[in-house]
Each structure stands twice: as C-alpha cells, then as structure tokens.
Design a protein. Sequence first.
Length: 324
Amino acid sequence: MRLHKVFKTLSASLAMLTLTAGVAQAQTAPSGPLRIVVPYAAGGLADITARLIAEPLSSRLNQSVVVENRPGANGSIGAAHVAKAAPDGNTIALVVSSHAFGKALMPSLPYDPVKDFTPVSLVTRTAIVLVAAPTLPVKDVPELVAYAKQHPNELTFASPGLGSNVHIYGQWFADMAGLKMSHVPYKGSAAAHPDLMAGRTHIVFDTLGAVQPHIAGGRLKLLAAGALRLPQYPNVPTVAEAGYPGFSAESWGAVLAPAGTPQARVRQLNKEIVAALNTPAIKKRLEDAGAQVVGSTPEELGTLLAAEEKRFTSLIRDMGVKLD
C-alpha cells in the first residue's frame, strides 16, 4: 500500500515537471520566424555578421531566421522599428556603436537607445584606424596636425554618413588637435574610399577591415590606430600615443531586443548567438573582415551600452554636433 502511494506521488511529480518544462519551452521558443533587423545597408560588417549567424541560429533554435535590412537616418529607422516591436523574442536588432549616441545627436529620436532595448550580447569589436590619402605629404599624426594647421580650412575628413561613429571620431580628433577641417559624408564606407584614394578628400577614421586592402596596396597611408596597437602593424602608434591622450576610437556590434523581452528568451538567444559566433568557420570569416569575436553576457553589454551613451553624450554636447 505504501509502495503504491510512493509510485502515485512520483507519477504526479513527474507529470508536474513535464508540464513545467513544457511551459518553459513554450516561453523560450515562440512561434514564427526570428527576425534580425540590421538598421544599415547590406554589405557592412553588421549585415555580414547577421547573415553569418542566421543559419546556425536557425538550426540551434529550430526556428527560421530572417535577416532584414532597414537602413536610413544613421540606423534610427531600423532601431525604432525594433524598439516598437512586440517584446516576444521574435525581433532583434544588430546595431553598431553609433547606436549609443543617437539621442545626443538627435534629441527628437523616437526611442531611447538604452531604456527601450534589452541587451542580448556584444558580438564583435572592430579596430578603427586613421588613414590618409596617398597624395597628402604626411606620414604620421604629428605631421598631419602640422600640415593641417599650415593649411587651415583646406583639408577634409570623410565619413560613411552624418552621425556615424566615424563622423564623431573625425570631429573629435579635429577638435582635440585644434584643426579647422571640413566633414564630407558619404553613403557608406566603401563610397568614401575612391575620393580619398584620389586625394579629393584627405583623411578618414575607418574600420581596419574596410581599408586594409588599400593600405596593403599603397592606395592609402596608415597614420595611427584608434584605440590599441594592432598586431598587423605593431610599430604604428595609437592616436593617444601620438600626442592626444584620452582619444579612443573603435567600433562594436551588438544584439538588442525590445525592452520587456522575457529573460528566459534573452538567455536562450544569448547562449545560441555566442555559440554561433564561435563556430570556427564563422569566427574566421569575421576575423578576416577585421572583427574580433566577443560574445558577452547581457549584463556586460548593458554596462557597456550605458557607459558609451554617457561618454558620447558628453563628448557630442561639447563638440556641438547636432543632426536635428
């Protein structure tokens, strides 16, 4: 009789555990496809990263994954779409570092870059470098500064668009060095390179992956690293080492979900995205593109995002850059 009661109790407990597991699984595996919104044009590192992880994510989540480009307004169109999406874990964004200072540049931004999103994972970090046109008669940062001061208002710095991190880095450097230079925005990084190589513009801060072939081919001159010395060019100093302490320029990519996305789903996405990023073939593809694979916890990304917003809000306010 006692044995019968034990089996009855055990069966009831197992049934409850099965039900609980089923509910948990239902909470972390919503129906429908997972949409990765890239708020930038196709072909950039964020787009490449999203497309590389889409297939392994689909397999690991047992869910179809769709990459959707929604470019425009320095990423704010796509980011706004994700901020307003249902927080069911089926819509995420893959943003770059300029996301953190959107509100500082555009006070009328229809979302808050930090409060309206749930951090999922930092995915990549990318080295930024300062390069110059081959026709510019300088070989390092001190010579660039001296030449620019001798030719005020004659030099230009390019960027892939108004409000991009590259735009902000170029203006920051010009302000720190006391240079009078004009900003020339383009529609994307690749679009800026022909004019730079031809000497129609003069310098740009850009990702190492984007300009490395031109450096290797002698079509652009590498003047400095943005944040840390580069393994590929160990003798090239950083901008800070060249006389401007405090200057630090790098790019990063991160996955965000709408605010209010269930934590169980956030944890699931984090786990599978980090696993996908560390697939040897994907990791190599990203490294070949000039990116370092990271894969952080949601909490680590949240800390970075808040710190970056605070740092660049102050910096942009001091520089007086506005897009509104």
